[in-house]
Design a protein around this ligand. Structure first.
Ligand code: LLP
Length: 414
């Protein structure tokens, strides 16, 4: 089921035309389909059947509190990587007791904040972090629930910037030393060992790396059991890819089944931290063509969205489909680079796209629900765009466009 489709030649988000959204909220803006998000979540959840599990949506993919609220209401837990993300989860009505805390650089204040809110688990990424967490928990009279994030050294075959499970990556504890660190942790008074964790990368379109990592983690679980350490859960992280262009990743159901089939004989709760696969294809960036600049060498369509709004193409050379929101343009088809107004050559949304464009046309940039707005910045002093949520024929602004005053909020003239 697709939630962004043309009806009578007009692109719609569910039952609302993009034309209507642009008229009401101007451009650029992010547009999300509520039902695209909830149906993806439901697909994951129902694939588990009666297996013990917890889906911890990775907040970093899209952290708008209205998006978190949709997922919280469906029963989702959350994967956070900062105190800021925990603040968002709480504001959205999410349950800290269903929240796991990942990340290599947790600060003491963040640990305290999470301990005081009784989160489900800290995914500890180094020996130093383990010591600091034990000490912090002791100082406030708490016991910290812990999983060690193990780096299984498997190649996720994804973009090097989003690969995290190789031994040269900064993430997690080397597989070879994990057992001895578990044994050390088991002796710590304010650490309560509850699980094991890994996250090997993102936008993974093949089941094999997940299965390889899972097997290594299960071997370690067996080994720990022999050493008297009994864990309650296994967290296999996020990472399932989506279709941007012609990728054919496994479905959520195939992915979940591949995991549950292997973990079945263990009496373990399975935690997953999907981000992109829940929200990635549920968002579109709506932007307006400001100028067409056809030069002897290249043709540029300069739009009102830029790398500060959507950095993925500049950062990873990632490809996002770009289409007119209305079919039947009379303009001639020309190959354009779709670029923004930011003063950087890397400021592009798409290159060499054959489109029929006129100045003033509105374009939809697809598959930006994950790592779109959440990576946006104010570079070039550009206010960040608004975010709009569509539910059937209802439109709601879930973040208003920033104003010029928002840009200097907190700055002081001295
Ligand atoms: N869990 C942990 C510990 C993570 O670091 C991540 C993502 C996830 C879960 C969710 O992974 P997902 O299911 O979304 O693949 N900005 C990049 C992606 C960075 C992913 C970082 N970690 C992009 O735009 O492609």
């Amino acid at each position: 089921m697709t939630y962004f489709a043309y009806k009578d030649g007009k692109l719609c988000a569910e039952n609302v035309t993009f034309f209507e959204i642009a008229k009401r909220y101007k451009t650029p803006c992010y547009v999300y389909s509520k039902n695209a998000i909830s149906s993806k979540y439901e697909e994951f959840a129902s694939a588990f059947g009666s297996e013990k599990h917890l889906l911890c949506y990775a907040v970093k993919a899209n952290s708008n509190i209205s998006i978190l609220k949709i997922l919280a209401r469906l029963g989702s837990g959350f994967d956070i990587v900062s105190g800021g993300e925990l603040h968002r989860v709480i504001k959205a009505g999410g349950d800290p007791r269903k929240t796991v805390f990942s990340g290599v650089g947790k600060r003491v204040e963040e640990m305290e904040f999470a301990l005081n809110n009784d989160i489900k688990c800290f995914n500890v990424e180094s020996q130093s972090e383990l010591y600091k967490l034990n000490e912090t928990a002791k100082n406030i009279g708490k016991s910290a629930p812990v999983s060690l994030r193990v780096n299984p050294d498997v190649d996720a075959k994804t973009h090097p910037y989003i690969s995290t499970g190789l031994k040269e990556n900064k993430f997690g504890i080397a597989y070879e030393v994990a057992k001895s660190l578990y044994q050390e942790a088991a002796q710590m008074k304010n650490i309560n060992l509850v699980g094991i964790d890994c996250h090997i990368g993102s936008q993974i379109s093949d089941l094999r790396p997940f299965q390889d990592a899972l097997k290594l983690l299960l071997d370690l679980i067996d080994d720990l059991k022999k050493a008297g350490i009994d864990l309650k859960h296994i967290d296999i992280g996020g990472g399932l890819g989506i279709t941007y262009k012609d990728e054919t990743p496994p479905t959520a159901t195939e992915y979940v089944h591949a995991i549950t089939n292997t973990v079945k004989q263990y009496n373990l709760e399975i935690i997953m931290e999907p981000g992109r696969s829940i929200v990635g294809n549920a968002g579109v960036l709506l932007t307006k063509v400001e100028y067409l600049n056809e030069t002897p060498f290249r043709n540029f369509a300069i739009v009102d969205a830029a790398m500060n709004d959507l950095i993925r193409p500049s950062l990873y050379n990632s490809w996002h489909d770009i289409k007119n929101i209305e079919k039947g343009s009379k303009a001639k088809k020309v190959e354009y680079d779709i670029v923004g107004p930011v003063c950087e050559t890397a400021d592009f949304i798409g290159k060499k796209r054959s489109l029929c464009l006129s100045e003033g046309d509105l374009l939809a940039v697809f598959s930006v629900g994950a790592y779109g707005f959440s990576m946006a910045s104010n570079y070039n002093s550009r206010p960040r765009p608004s975010e709009i949520l569509v539910d059937n024929d209802q439109i709601q602004e879930i973040r208003k466009r920033e104003s010029l005053d928002d840009l200097i909020n907190g700055e002081r003239l001295v």
